[in-house]
Design a protein around this ligand. Structure first.
Ligand code: FEO
Length: 409
């Protein structure tokens, strides 16, 4: 038995046997500045059950943690809640090493896993809301299609009232502490919001329905055990409630001003716009596209009510950093935003139009036509920039009071 890397007890019968990834800084395009964890869990009833596996790089760590409490060969059942390879990548090796009696996945998971690798055994598909008695425990499977893959599901362990929520309620945060209540609240809030904005925002409509469905099941809950980051055993209502709020994306008075600049002309416009936004009662956040990672900008946008994007024209097109940000942002479909485009140019000045087209494709309500300035902005140009900020702030007020009945800051 290994002893250096140990399993950690979560409830009477549930143990964490995952891997802590202190090093990862990029998760398919999402900057994970604080690392992450790949969580896997053991239910130790009459016969051990393994819930999910880990990224292949964490396999040895997971196996060592399992071996710290049981003989891995005694694992009788494996449940795969999600096909994405940060949770299934070790599955073929686990199957070979453990030879479980049964491997369960959702119906879509049973199709998706063999499309990734040779699993090494038959997969038993489970239906939405199916309940099985396995290894002396009662497990209910809840399909969570497109939150965030077609195969995704939650598994609920009734005896200990634990919801294994796969990617749901997760965050990318490496820590030695396993429980959220052992970590600083501001770090948790920041990383949970960033995770939601970058992984789940696109699926907000499905998520709203899922939360209603789960609430309707009236499952008594003591623990939410996600596949990334800390485990929740306190404040579960708030953990679920903030997902409901984020999925709704109520407009607020926060305004994201994303810009890049070649010779500071567009930057000057951004600053003047920021002044106008503030004068109008908005809370401007100026984000330099070259200095901010796309995933950071998405985190800022999650609770914003406005998006203004400014850039110079480079070789008749968008500045590359803005093309990156806008492509990523458009895919995640933030909603309920007002905004505008702006930028300085020298010859042809196509960038503002291109930005505007992208904002329109994202359903951002354009408060006025994009503001273009030739070469270096004059005092009058900067005044027009300030007025643009003011006009956006005024529209934000109207939208907030109409949609929310109050201003959310
Ligand atoms: Fe953590 Fe969708 O994988």
């Amino acid at each position: 038995m290994h002893d250096a890397l140990r399993a950690q007890q979560i409830t009477d019968r549930v143990w964490w046997v995952g891997a802590i990834d202190w090093d990862i800084r990029d998760f398919h395009g999402y900057m994970t500045g604080r690392g992450t964890t790949w969580n896997a869990y053991l239910i130790l009833g009459d016969e051990p059950i393994l819930i999910d596996t880990v990224k292949p790089s964490g396999k040895a760590e997971m196996m060592a943690r399992i071996a710290s409490i049981i003989d891995p060969a005694s694992i009788r059942y494996v449940i795969s809640n999600h096909t994405e390879m940060d949770h299934s990548g070790s599955l073929p090796d686990v199957v070979r090493a453990v030879r479980p009696a049964q491997l369960f996945a959702s119906q879509m998971g049973a199709k998706g896993l063999p499309a990734h690798f040779d699993v090494g055994m038959e997969i038993t598909p489970v239906k939405d809301l199916e309940t099985l008695t396995l290894g002396g425990g009662t497990l209910t499977f809840v399909e969570t299609r497109m939150v965030h893959w077609p195969d995704s599901m939650f598994t609920y362990f009734a005896e200990d009232q634990v919801l294994f929520s796969s990617d749901g309620f997760g965050m990318h945060l490496a820590s030695q502490q396993r429980f959220a209540d052992e970590l600083p609240a501001e770090v948790l809030d920041q990383e949970a919001a960033k995770y939601f904005a970058n992984i789940l925002l696109l699926f907000s409509p499905q998520l709203t329905k899922l939360l209603d469905k789960v609430a309707g099941l009236n499952l008594p809950l003591k623990v939410i055990a996600p596949d990334h980051g800390p485990i929740f055993r306190e404040g579960l209502g708030e953990v679920i409630g903030r997902y409901a709020r984020w999925a709704e994306q109520k407009p607020t008075m926060k305004a994201v001003v994303l810009y890049d600049s070649m010779w500071d002309s567009t930057k000057l416009m951004a600053k003047a716009i920021g002044e106008g936004l503030a004068e109008g009662g908005a809370d401007p956040r100026l984000l330099w596209a070259r200095g901010c990672h796309r995933s950071h900008v998405m985190g800022e946008l999650l609770d914003a009510g406005a998006l203004l994007v400014g850039g110079p024209t480079l070789n008749n097109g968008l500045f590359p950093t803005l093309a990156d940000h806008l492509t990523y942002m458009k895919g995640l479909r933030p909603r309920n935003l007002v905004g505008a485009a702006f930028g300085s140019y020298g010859w042809s000045g196509e960038a503002v139009k291109l930005i505007e087209e992208t904002l329109a494709a994202m359903d951002v309500e354009l408060v006025q036509e994009g503001l273009r300035v030739k070469w270096v902005p004059t005092a009058d140009d900067l005044l027009r920039s300030r007025q643009l900020g003011l006009a956006v702030a005024q529209r934000m007020h109207e939208v907030c009071t109409t949609r929310n009945g109050a201003i959310h800051r």
